[in-house]
Write a protein that binds this ligand. Sequence first.
Ligand code: SF4
Length: 374
Amino acid sequence: MSEPLLRVENLETRFYTEEGVVRAVDGVSFDVEEGEIVGLVGESGAGKSVATTSIMRLVEEPGEIVGGRVEFKGEPIVDIVEEDGERRRSDAMLSDREMRTRIRGREIAIIFQDPMEALNPVFTVGSQLREFIEINRDVSKEEAKEIAIEMLHEVGIPEPESRYDSYPHQFSGGMRQRVLIAMALSCEPSLIVADEPTTALDVTVEGQILDLVDALQDKYDTSFIWVTHDMGVVAEVCDRVNVMYLGEIIEQAPVDDLFYETKHPYTEALLRSIPRPDQRVDELEPITGVMPEAIDPPSGCRFHTRCPEAREVCPRVEPTHQAVGDGEERDHYVSCVKYEDVGYDDAPPLDTEATSAFGAGGFVDEAETDGGEP
Ligand code: SF4
């Protein structure tokens, strides 16, 4: 099997704050194949955006990438090694200059959530697009302008020649997001990191942007890492999905398996909290409680304080990330002790925020909990 376009292995990013060390990304691993859209999904604070800024090497102080390796087209864009108890960048890891001149923009582009923040309000849309192309491609100013107009046309901006001279405030939110997509695609990168690019848009415009990305992805065969908290968006655009909780990936699966063969109670809770066209429910269920602080994550399984299926073993045992399912490919992974031989079935239920909110035992089948301690 060929090497993936991007391979992330055991990535660790911490923030050193006055309150303590925040383990924002804690041992995250996943691959992105050529032409694939890979989702990073979870609630706010799960570590999705820090994971992508770490891949782009854009983490700002007091944050620091302290572990792991990220390989892009076989080159180590992150490579932290440990020697004599000290962690340091390996000699092979690309320099900051190489990241700036060869990788970011040219090979890996990013689309931000808020186009108003990403675009400078005092320059025209066209001049910003042209300058980006001039910096990242070996073309003249005139050629860059031609490419910019072509890209505006490509992303569905009407009358691109005249809109080239418009300012960002003269565009609607959806049009500004189209400009950012044009900018990201203008250097024909192999990978685009889309950080919640449709969150600020209304549902109709979101649908148009998702259709546009789908069409452009087919045409250019660009890979995407799609960061979102919205399972509806995941269903619409992603090929494979990584579900994150408190800095860790707790379930990884092809998108259909994630929706129809869900394994992790957190993923199940995320899916119960959204409307689904394939299922009729009387009421949506919000996920109980709030995500704990990453400064002091819960012991064992980090989801145990909110999990309706938690048992006494869950705070004591750290789940292993392991393949589940009977498929030949074994490409569905989950971190939950339910799937391990650690005595989950015999353990009594645990009193958690979820079980207190829904009554002792929560969603746990009463037949299974007979005789157990509340
Ligand atoms: S390990 Fe326990 S607490 Fe964690 S998700 Fe599985 S059942 Fe819930």
